[in-house]
Design a protein. Sequence first.
Length: 150
Amino acid sequence: PNGLYYKQIDPFDCHDYGPVIKIFTGMVEIDEPVEVNGHKFYKSHFSNPNNHSLVIKVEYGESSFLFTGDLEEEGIEYLLANYYGNEEILEADVYQVGHHGSSNATTTELLGVIKPKYAVISAGFSGDRGRGTGWDHGHPNKGVVKMLNE
C-alpha cells in the first residue's frame, strides 16, 4: 500500500544525502474484472499501454517530485483506487504533468491528491512544431493548463 521504496530498488546507501525514491503501480494485466476499493476495472481498462506507466516519486531534502509518465484517466483512476487510504504518499511539491499536458493525463482528483506547488510540462520549445514535440501532437492542452493554474 505504500509503493516500492528506494531500499528495494536502489540499495546504494547515501546515508542522509541521497534521494528517497518510491515507485507506484500503473495498471496490471487481468483476464477477469477486478474490484479495487469500490472501483471495478475490466480488461478493456488495461488495453492502453500508457496506463501501464509507473508512477515515481522522488524526495530529496525538503522537496518532492511526482512523475506519472503517460498514465491516462483510467490509469489514474486505478492508481487512486489502489492507494486509497494512503493518498498522502502521492503528495508532492512538483508535479511533472502527465503525457506532456495531454487532456486525458491529469484530473482534478489527481491534483487534489498530489497538491503540487509547481507543475512542469515537458512539451518541447513552443516554436519548434512539426518535429515530434508535444506541441506537434496538441500538447499541452489549454484545459489542463487552466486546471493547473486554478
